[in-house]
Design a protein around this ligand. Sequence first.
Ligand code: HEM
Length: 477
Amino acid sequence: MPKDFPAEKTKEWADSLGSEMMYLRLGGTDWVFLNSSRVVEALMEKRSAIYSSRPYTMVGEVVSREHRLVLQDYGERWRDTRKAMTNLLSGRSADQFRPMSDLESRQCLYELLETPDKWWLHIIRFTASFTVNMVFGVREHGHSDLFQNLSNAQDIFLRNMQPGMWLVDAFPQLRNLPKCLQWWRPYGNRMYEYTRNAFKGYYDLMQSNTDKGIQPECFSTKFYRDPTKSAWVNDFDAKLFVTGGLIEAGSDSTKNQLNLLIAAMATDPNTWIAKAREELDSVCGKNGERLPTYNDWDKLPYIQAIAKETMRWRPNVSPIGFPHALTQDDEFEGYRFPAGTVVTINHWAISLNPKEYKDPNKFDPDRFMNDDLWKPMAGHYGYGAGRRACAGFRVAQNSMFLMFSRLIYCFDVAEDPTDPIDTYHIRMTPPPGKAYDPPFNARIRVRSAAHRRLILAECKEHYTDEEVATDFPVSRA
Ligand code: HEM
C-alpha cells in the first residue's frame, strides 16, 4: 500500500478487478474494501451494529490512550464519549452556533476582499476560529501557538495512521511482547504528551480567562465544571481529548471542503456557477443588495447540492475510507468475514466510478437535485456511513451553506494559467511544516463594485486581528 495517495492505488485495483468487494492482507490483518454503494449500504448501513468498531492502531492505543473518540472500539466508552459530543453537535444544539459562523464568515469575506492573494489563510482562520469559538467561546487568529500546536497534534495523528506506517498495526499480536521491547512505545508516549499538552493549551486559556472574569459561558465551561454520568468521560485527560478532538475533527475537514469549492470554481467557472448565481441573485439581488443568511436556507436548494458535490467530487477526509472493524463473524453473498476483519469504504473508487455517478470527474451539483437533496448524508459517503458516521455533520452543513453561498455570491475565482490546478491530486493534508502553504494556486476577485460595497458595509466591522481574541463577546442565539 503506497504511503503517498493510497486512494489512487485502491481505485486502480478496484477498477482492474471490476468487483464490488476486494480483499487485501496487510501484514496479519484482513482488509475488505467496499467498492460499490450497494455493498456499503448492505454492510456498513444495514449491519451497522456489527460493522462499527475500529481496528487496533498504535495511534489509538499509545498516542491517544484510548481517549480519541474517532479511534475508540465500538462499546460503552465510545457511546459515552459520543454522547458527550452529540449534546453539542446535533439538532438544535448545532444551530445555536449559527451566529458564530455568521460572524466568522463576514470576517472571512472582508479578508478575501482586502488580501485575496492569501485566500487559503483566510479559510484556515474561518474554520479555526469558528470551531475554537464553538468549543471554548473565544475567537482564533488561525496561526496562534495554541492552534499551531493543535494542528501539529492532528498531523501526528493522521500521519501515524497511514496503513503500513507501524508494523504493530498490521501485526497486533506484537503487543504481546514485553513492554520494554515494544519499540513504538517511547515514540508513541512522547506523541501522547505532545497531544495532551496541545489540547490542554485551550483549557489553560479558559482557566486564565475565568480568573480574569472574561471567560464566556460555553460548552467547555460546562463540560469541565459539571461531572457527567460516565466515569470514562469524567477522567480529566479524556475531557481534554473531547474538547481538543472536536476542534481537530471540525476545523480541518471543513477547511478542505472550502478549498475544494475554490478549486471547483476556478476550474469550471462557466456552468454550475451561473446556475448557482441565478438562484442567489433571485434571493439576494443582482447588484449585491444583501448577503445570503441562514433565513435563506430553504430558498437556496442548489447550495445544498453544491455542498454534496464537493463531498463526492474529491473525497478528502477519508479517500480510502475511515476503517471500521467487524465485531463478530459475518457472511455476505457467499463470502465469510471473520470477526476483526477491517472493512472500509473505497471512497475515492466509488465516488469516481462512472457506474455510480455519470461523468464522475465533472463537478456537477445537478446530480444531487433529487428527492434526497435535503438529506445531507444521502447520495455520497463524505461523512462516512452507519453508526460511526460523522458526529458533526449538522454543524458542517451549516458552515458550508453559509460560506458557500456567500463566496459564490460575492467572488469570482480563476485558475492561474501558468499553474493550472490538478484537482485529481490536490493535497488536502499538507506535508509537515507546510500547513500554511497554499494547497494550489487560484485567483480570487470580488464579483463587482456593488459586491465590494456590500462587503465593506456588512463585514468590515467584524474584523479582528488579535491572536486569540479572548475579550471578544459573541452573541449567542
Ligand atoms: C465537511 C466537513 C466534515 C467532513 C467531510 C467530515 C467527515 C467525517 C468522516 C468521514 C468521519 C468518519 C466516519 C466513519 O468512520 O465512517 C467523521 C467522523 C467524525 N467527525 Fe466529521 N466531518 C466533517 C466535519 C465535522 C465537524 C464540524 C465535527 C465537529 C465539530 C466533526 C466531528 C466528527 C467526529 C466527532 C467524528 C467521529 C465519529 C465516531 O467515530 O463515532 N466532523 N467525520
